[in-house]
Design a protein around this ligand. Structure first.
Ligand code: DX5
Ligand code: ZN
Length: 239
């Protein structure tokens, strides 16, 4: 039986969203791990790796469908796949709310169209060395830009600070055009780097090891949110 889904939060775009990444959770106890952080999370980030686009292999639609029965969190599925078009429908059927595909794989117009037709929130991801120009033509057609702050494939890597100017470029373009587009960062996000990314223009923060790598993951999630809020209250960084 499908759970009621009042908590499946689709917006508003631009608001602070904390998205724990299950990649760093204990896969043998996924439902329990997710239940622990659910009150402190806005979205659940689900990393899908195909062994081609990235060297690692993780989870697919059956696991998403199983998790769907245990939580009403918005599922933010990050598809690190060379052929996402083959799986988008299966993810939508499994209960994904948003899917994000990488611009590097090409066929972006068709992928956006497919995500829209499936009723998914549509995201485009950029690797750290992919320039803003690669996503610029699609901004009007999508709901989210994911700026990777590590090279995709594994949790627990160091945040790449050099991505911050691109985050600012994306945010500025979204604001200049008056678009409802979220700007998400993913990789190496913790209480130190999340406020930096927020100042650069990010509003969705994915964190794996900084949350699930700790004994009380809910406290870690809360600490990241508090760090972002505190930096917002303190205003823009002094130059
Ligand atoms: C990396 C994944 C990330 C990963 C982040 O390829 O896309 O979502 O879970 O992990 P941390 O937060 O540990 O860098
Ligand atoms: Zn991810």
């Amino acid at each position: 039986m499908e759970l009621p889904t009042p908590g499946r939060d689709r917006g508003p775009a631009g608001a602070l969203r904390l998205a724990p990444s299950v990649l760093s959770a204990d896969f043998g106890m996924l439902a329990q791990e997710v239940a622990e952080v659910e009150p402190f999370a806005d979205w659940l980030h689900v990393d899908v790796m195909d062994g081609h686009f990235v060297p690692n292999v993780t989870i697919g639609p059956p696991v998403v469908a199983s998790l769907r029965r245990h939580t009403s969190l918005f599922f933010d599925c990050h598809l690190m796949m060379t052929e996402p078009h083959r799986y988008l429908e299966a993810f939508a059927d499994a209960g994904a709310d948003g899917c994000t595909v990488h611009v590097e794989v090409g066929g972006t117009d068709e992928l956006i169209e497919q995500m829209r037709a499936l009723g998914l929130r549509a995201g485009l991801a950029l690797n750290p060395d992919t320039p803003f120009d690669a996503v610029e033509p699609y901004l009007h057609a999508i709901d989210l830009v994911l700026c990777m702050t590590v090279f995709p494939g594994f949790g627990g890597q160091d945040f790449i600070w050099e991505v911050m100017p691109k985050v600012t470029q994306v945010r500025a373009a979204v604001a200049a055009r008056g678009l409802d587009v979220d700007v998400e960062v993913d990789g190496g996000i913790d209480t130190i780097t999340a406020p930096v990314a927020a100042s650069a223009g990010a509003n969705v923060f994915v964190a794996g090891s900084a949350i699930f790598g700790h004994e009380r993951p809910w406290e870690s999630a809360d600490a990241i949110r508090a760090a972002v809020r505190a930096s917002a209250e303190a205003g823009p960084p002094r130059r």
